[in-house]
Design a protein around this ligand. Structure first.
Ligand code: C2E
Length: 279
């Protein structure tokens, strides 16, 4: 319990206190984390369903906190968005992921793409688009090899600035994917107004498609519709062979998930894997 004056007392249970302490530790730790090189990226493979070949990777940030251990991006990214640190962190992610892809292209693998998650906060930053061009130029990368994963959230509630940024990036040749489609408030009407190449179907939809479920029909219909609209579809969270086979039957373009490959440390990605087909 804590006295807050005026004869008033606020009661905290230990769970609340633990949660608050953890939040404070994360907030304080985030500031020096970049400088102290506590972040690293994992890379999850994405495969093309038509021929089973590797399409590219999605870069996923990891934070090894000195006391709290490995912290999920689901926990620290919202805090970094809140305090603005997502801008330098996001720039570091972009640079690191582009450096990794550049390393792969030196093996002659020029067709691979790198997907990078972009926070709505980054899209609101007036210098973001220029930062992307600078990084691509720094590594001599083709613009089509970079795919920026944006969330529906960043396009629905956001200012004109984000839509302008997305439009400029797309016009400049970068690929844009709408991430987590189906997870929240998906509006097809809204989707058609967005300059995206690709839709990433959320794993919550994929989870149950191998059962006689409503999701099964919804996913099949979405894939059919997206194909008609000329958009590509990536299914996320593919864990079972049955899901893979159904997605293939329905004409889904790409798959990503533990069945095909976990997010990997860059040190374990080698040439044989890069040239390989679906494991
Ligand atoms: P996301 O973009 O939807 O990324 C996919 C998440 O699903 C990843 O979690 C990945 O490890 C996990 N995943 C992949 N395959 C499977 C599967 O078969 N089954 C299940 N259950 N999960 C699977 P992760 O790495 O913990 O990332 C969580 C979220 O954090 C990401 O969701 C993304 O929204 C965010 N995030 C990650 N890295 C970054 C980043 O660099 N910048 C920003 N702004 N957000 C990031």
């Amino acid at each position: 319990a804590k006295e807050i004056g005026g004869n008033r007392t606020v009661f905290y249970n230990t769970e609340d206190t633990d949660r608050m302490n953890r939040r404070i530790a994360i907030e304080m730790g985030l500031r020096p984390a970049l400088f102290l090189r506590q972040f690293h990226l994992s890379y999850q493979p994405i495969y093309r369903l038509s021929d089973g070949r590797l399409k590219g990777f999605e870069a996923l940030i990891r934070w090894q906190h000195p006391e709290l251990g490995l912290i999920s991006p689901n926990e620290f990214i919202p805090i970094a968005e809140y305090n603005g640190l997502i801008n330098p962190i996001g720039e570091w992610v972009l640079r690191e992921a582009c450096k990794m892809l550049k390393g792969m292209t030196t093996y002659g693998l020029n067709e691979l793409t790198m997907s990078v998650n972009i926070s709505p906060v980054q899209l609101q930053d007036a210098s973001f688009v220029q930062t992307v061009w600078n990084i691509l130029q720094e590594f001599g990368m083709s613009r089509q090899s970079l795919e920026l994963d944006i969330t529906e959230h960043s396009t629905m509630h956001s200012s004109k600035l984000s839509i302008t940024a997305i439009t400029q990036l797309r016009a400049g040749g970068v690929r844009i994917a709408l991430d987590g489609f189906g997870a929240g408030f998906s509006s097809l009407h809204h989707l058609m107004d967005l300059p995206v190449h690709c839709l990433k179907l959320d794993k919550s939809y994929i989870r149950r498609i191998d059962l006689q479920s409503a999701e099964r029909h919804v996913v099949e219909a979405i894939i059919g519709l997206m194909r008609k609209l000329g958009l590509e579809v990536v299914a996320e969270g593919v864990e079972y062979k049955e899901q893979y086979e159904l997605l293939q039957k329905w004409g889904c373009h790409y798959v990503q998930g533990y069945l095909l490959g976990m997010p990997l440390d860059p040190t374990v990605i080698d040439m044989s894997m890069l040239a390989s087909c679906v494991p």
